[in-house]
Design a protein around this ligand. Sequence first.
Ligand SMILES: [Zn+2]
Length: 80
Amino acid sequence: MRKYKSGGQLETVICNCCGKKMVVKNGVLREGAISVHHAWDFFSEKDGEVHHWDMCEECYDNLLGQFRLEPDVEEQVEFI
Ligand SMILES: [Zn+2]
């Protein structure tokens, strides 16, 4: 869950899973988190709904621990 200041700067990020308030400094999230924005389509029970949520890295690791198959992981290519 994210809150923005009136100027559009990121103010708060809260993990939707555990409720932890994550560290945000000068509008930048300063710790690991995943941000989900998903538009459900016609083939779902939530057609027309767009879901937004955030999860801290600890909850993400716990969630992945419940997966039967691990996600595909690759090295991110950084352009400096
Ligand atoms: Zn969490």
